[in-house]
Design a protein around this ligand. Structure first.
Ligand SMILES: C[S@@+](CC[C@H](N)C(=O)[O-])C[C@H]1O[C@@H](n2cnc3c(N)ncnc32)[C@H](O)[C@@H]1O
Length: 191
């Protein structure tokens, strides 16, 4: 929770909210437990910028698994978390005013992503040592192509090779401080 808040919400969403866009389109690679989607939906409550959140997941969790997750601290938060999980795969639903969610049951490699679509990417794949195929330049390129000019990509990963690959794909790469216990993370911009 602390890592997600730092990397995706504080260094990603907050940064893009500061750009005062008409609307923010977010691509998440790896829906997982739904934590980032839930933190994002909570964060934008009371903010006037609408958010479209598209999340890719190859192996959705079973209900019996996500029901055991205990991120919420009150009933409203629990309801929001459940509504994110109960949203049908491959359909777009409005879960609260200004928060539209589309969960796509697909791999990043197979996903059909339109070019120049997203203002913000949460790249939350498993680490390169665990799942190197997610970090191949050709796979990263697919994400970069789907980013709008001026868009931002954030990831907890701070590996030199990933930075070099993002640079060679034309992004400007920064290394803000990482979450507690990690020196750096990556935030990259599409010119
Ligand atoms: C670090 S977890 C994501 C955590 C998640 N963002 C959250 O808020 O809980 C990485 C996720 O990527 C998914 N994944 C693995 N291979 C994938 C692929 N080829 N395309 C899309 N998602 C993939 C995994 O199943 C896993 O749920």
């Amino acid at each position: 929770m602390q890592e997600s808040r730092h990397v995706f919400i504080n260094q990603g969403l907050e940064f893009v909210l500061g750009m005062t866009l008409q609307e923010i389109s977010i691509l998440e690679v790896g829906f997982g437990t739904g934590l980032n989607a839930w933190l994002t939906a909570k964060h934008i409550q009371g903010i006037s910028t609408p958010v479209k959140y598209i999340s890719l997941e190859s192996f959705p969790l079973e209900e019996s698994t996500w029901l055991k997750l205990n991120y919420a601290s009150d009933d409203l938060e629990r309801e929001l978390f459940a509504s994110i999980h109960k949203a049908k795969w491959n359909e777009t639903v409005t879960l609260q005013p200004g928060f539209e969610l589309t969960k796509l049951h697909t791999t990043l490699q197979e996903a059909n992503l339109q070019p120049s679509t997203f203002n913000l990417v949460y790249f939350d794949a498993f680490a390169p040592e665990k799942q190197p195929e997610m970090w191949l330049p050709a796979v990263l390129e697919k994400v970069v192509v789907a980013m709008k000019p001026g868009a931002v990509l954030v990831t907890y990963c701070a590996k030199g090779q990933v930075k070099r690959d993002l640079k060679s794909l034309g992004l400007t790469v920064e290394s803000p401080p990482g979450p507690p216990g990690k020196r750096e993370m990556i935030r990259a911009f599409k010119p």
